[in-house]
Each structure stands twice: as structure tokens, then as C-alpha cells.
Design a protein around this ligand. Structure first.
Ligand code: UDX
Length: 437
């Protein structure tokens, strides 16, 4: 089938390449000429495992353009533009609104517009009034992909959610999307059909639940720190209860990235608009607990080292999570910046994210106190403390005795509780975890 994907960020670009992998002819459209040029050359504009291979393997079935008229003739048009956070915490709908207005002249009767972006509940109903006069139909099909697993999550999702209108058109639209996802459905992937509002809510409810789970265990870490308990053992023990589950119970410096932080704020803002803000007031606590985690690292360093002025701190990890070069709302980078502002000299290290991090450090005017490099061992040279801020695999398996010979002072703050604490202590380090010591 001929498809268009409007918006070629993490979500759209991976979706476009994955749909080509499923056998469709796909046109990706984005307003950013650099991004489009890179995708057209078959070069991934961001780090995402497996994505570049998919792009190269499907070059014949993929086209990219900055011109919305390239959507002409596609049967299905996926909306995958960004929905960033506005300064008041609500969702900025500028890109979605613009993309839909720009798409309207290129729609034909019977076309299907499929929203994938994460939007405030009520959006699809509103967009329907714009799309319907063209004779095209609208569905909402939220995406649940995780960065680092974007290709896998797109081609083998846990479930497909279809938000449809409550009429015959909705039934026909379901059949068209089934055709698009035929190869995925053939793997017995659960497919749930519901109304627009429910489909929109599924996404933000899922992310709110995940954020709450992380903040819950981080709250337990705060208690563990004052009681001498070990939060990792606590998580292991409660996680054995199937009703709780062990996943997303890793305490540390908290969640970041382009989704969880903005989604909980956007969801709370939307609930307030709808007059039911109290229902989500707990998300403010979830957010507050999360932001406290970032400050906790500095508290530990100050307690151990005193005044941080002139201290050399190596921060391992800049991306918001491993296997990603994404620094959006990264707890790691926030920590780098606040340590630099406290007078420390920070050497940040990340295998993928030094490029985007350098731009952010420059725009923050912190380039005199922050050095960024790819190699974490050279970042550790002469350090008064090491902070592990992103749990890249090679940080976890680094030989502590090698690091002990490089540093000035053997202190490690394990912001992701990912190091073998015993080995680091044996190598002579003072080990401080998050809710465990
Ligand atoms: C998330 C959702 O998982 C995904 O379903 C949705 O589509 C988009 O948002 P992503 O932002 O890629 O995906 O990252 P995720 O793997 O969920 O991690 C989010 C953050 O939580 C990271 O900063 C991670 O380090 C942190 N995290 C995760 C924890 O601090 N502890 C955990 O136990 C798990």
C-alpha cells in the first residue's frame, strides 16, 4: 500500500522505515531539510539500534520530502509530528495543527489519516472536524515505542490500539489499518478497538503508570537512605509478586527523555482543563519525587567532598537512557549542569551523546567548566568522584581496579544502581548508591 508519514523524528522515521520493511511504499515528510536530506541518503539522523540497517535495506520503498504534496496519492497518512511541552506544562499542539492543515489539500475521499502522536484527550474529535470535509477518515493509533528498542517495538508491538469513530466508517477504517499491519497481526498481536478518547488516554495512562512506578521506587530509595535499607533488594522482593512485577522498579536519578516527563505534565494540565485536575494531582508528586533524584547526587557529593568548587567530577553518561543519543530532559545532563554551576569541573562522557550534549552545554554557557569526551576511562583520570548517570553496558562492566588507578579520589556515586557495589568497594572505592550503600 502507498503510505505517507508526516513527521520524521524518532517516531515517524522509525515508523516509515518499519512500514517499508512490511512491504509498503512509504513517503516520509518533515519540515526539517537536514533531516530529510540525511534520511534520503539512507543515513539515520539519530542513534537507534537497527534503524540505519532498516533504512538502507528499504531504500527502494522509501522516499523522503519536505513538501507536503508528496502525500498525494497515499491511501493512509500517519501523523507522527512532535507534541512538545509548552512553558505552562500543557501540550504544544502547534505542529499537529499545522501538519493537519497542510495535509488537507492533499487528501482524497476515502483516504485514512492515522494519528500516532501523543495528544491531549479530545484532539482526535477536534481534528475530525477538519478532516471530514475532505471525505477522508480519521483514526487514532498511539505508539508505545521505547527509544533504544524503537524498531523492535514498531515491528513487534505488545498491542495495537485503534481509536475509531462509532459508525460504519470506523469499521472500514479498521480493515484498512489491518491491511497495513497485516504482518504484525499475523503474529497474534493483540488489537484493541475503542473510541477516540479511550485510545488517546491509553497512551498517557500507560506513561503515567510507568512514571508512577519509577517514582514509587525512588520514594522507597529516599526511605532506604535514612533507614539503612537496600532499595534494590526491596524491589527484587516486591517484584516477585506478579501483581507488582519487577520491571520499571529500578531506583536511581529518575526518568527523563522526550515522553514520560512531558506526558505526565501534559496529562495533568489537560485534566485540569477538563475540571478533573484532582484526579491526577498525584502526578505532581510523581514529578517532584523524580526531580529530587537529580539533586540527590549533588547532596551526596557535597556530603562526601565538602565544597565542590574546583573539584573534578567525572559523569559517566549524558543520554537520558542507554542505547540512545537523546538528551531531552536527561537527568544525566541536568546533573552535569548543576555540578558545573556549583563550581565543579565536570568531565562528562557518553558513547553516543557528546554531539548533542556539546551544543546544550554551549548554549548554557558552561563550556569553561564542562569537558565532554567519548571515553569514560579518560574522563575518570584525576577525578575526585565518578558519577554513573546512564547505565551503558560498558560502564557496568568496567573493571573497578583499573579505574582506581586513574582517579584522584576513590569515590563513586552510582546514580543508576547498576555497578557491582562489592567489586568497587574491594577496589578501594567509597561506593554510594541511590537508596543503597
Ligand atoms: C517511554 C515509554 O516506555 C514508551 O512506552 C513510550 O512510548 C515513550 O516513553 P522511553 O522514553 O524511550 O519510552 O524510555 P523508557 O525506557 O520508558 O525510560 C524512561 C526513563 O525512565 C529513562 O530515563 C530511564 O532511565 C528511566 N527509568 C526506567 C528508571 O529510572 N527506572 C526504571 O526502572 C525504568
Amino acid at each position: 500500500m502507498k503510505l505517507s508519514v508526516i513527521g520524521c523524528g524518532y517516531l515517524g522515521a522509525v515508523h516509515a522505515a518499519s512500514m517499508a520493511e512490511l512491504g509498503h511504499d512509504v513517503t516520509g515528510i518533515d519540515v526539517d531539510p537536514e533531516r530529510i536530506a540525511s534520511l534520503s541518503r539512507g543515513v539515520a539522523p539519530f542513534h537507534e539500534p537497527g534503524f540505519n540497517d532498516l533504512l538502507v535495506a528499504n531504500q527502494q520503498k522509501l522516499a523522503f520530502s519536505t513538501d507536503m504534496s508528496a502525500a498525494n496519492g497515499s491511501r493512509v497518512h500517519f501523523l507522527a509530528v512532535g507534541t512538545p511541552q509548552s512553558s505552562d506544562g500543557s501540550v504544544d499542539m502547534t505542529y499537529v495543527n499545522q501538519a493537519v492543515s497542510d495535509l488537507l489539500p492533499h487528501l482524497s475521499p476515502g483516504d485514512l489519516v492515522v494519528g500516532k502522536s501523543t495528544v491531549p484527550v479530545g484532539t482526535a474529535e477536534r481534528l475530525l472536524t477538519m478532516v471530514e470535509p475532505t471525505g477522508a477518515h480519521l483514526m487514532w493509533n498511539p505508539e508505545f515505542l521505547r527509544e533504544g528498542f524503537a524498531v523492535e517495538d514498531t515491528l513487534s508491538p505488545d498491542r495495537l490500539v485503534y481509536g475509531v469513530t462509532d459508525d460504519d466508517a470506523g469499521v472500514n477504517d479498521t480493515a484498512i489499518l489491518d491491511e497495513v499491519y497485516a504482518a504484525i497481526l499475523a503474529k497474534d498481536t493483540p488489537r484493541l478497538v475503542m473510541n477516540f478518547a479511550t485510545a488517546e488516554l491509553v497512551k498517557v495512562a500507560a506513561n503515567s503508570f510507568l512514571a508512577t512506578k519509577i517514582s514509587f521506587i525512588n520514594a522507597m530509595a529516599e526511605i532506604a537512605d535514612v533507614t539503612g535499607a537496600n532499595v534494590t533488594q526491596l524491589a527484587d522482593a516486591i517484584g516477585h509478586d506478579d501483581r507488582i512485577g519487577r520491571r520499571f522498579l529500578n531506583a536511581g536519578i529518575g526518568f527523563g527523555g522526550g515522553c514520560l516527563p512531558k506526558d505526565i505534565r501534559g496529562f495533568a494540565a489537560r485534566a485540569t482543563e477538563l475540571g478533573v485536575g484532582e484526579a491526577l494531582s498525584f502526578l505532581k508528586d510523581v514529578d517532584d519525587i523524580n526531580l529530587r533524584r537529580r539533586r540527590r547526587v549533588q547532596e551526596i557529593l557535597s556530603a562526601e567532598l565538602g565544597d565542590l568548587t574546583g573539584k573534578k567530577i567525572a559523569v559517566w553518561g549524558l543520554a537520558f537512557k542507554p542505547d540512545s543519543d537523546d538528551i531531552r530532559d536527561s537527568p544525566a545532563l541536568d546533573i552535569v549542569e548543576s555540578l558545573a554551576r556549583a563550581g565543579a569541573h565536570v568531565t562528562g562522557s557518553d558513547p553516543e551523546a557528546t554531539g548533542p550534549a556539546t551544543r546544550r552545554i554551549q548554549s548554557a554557557g558552561l563550556e569553561d567548566s564542562v569537558t565532554l569526551e567519548v571515553d569514560h576511562l579518560s574522563a575518570a583520570r584525576g577525578a575526585d568522584a565518578i558519577v554513573v548517570a546512564t547505565e551503558w553496558q560498558h560502564f557496568r562492566t568496567t573493571d573497578a581496579s583499573v579505574v582506581a588507578n586513574l582517579v584522584n579520589n576513590p569515590l563513586v556515586v552510582d546514580g543508576r544502581n547498576c555497578l557491582p557495589a562489592g567489586e568497587w568497594k574491594q577496589a578501594g572505592f567509597v561506593y554510594r548508591g541511590m537508596g543503597r550503600s
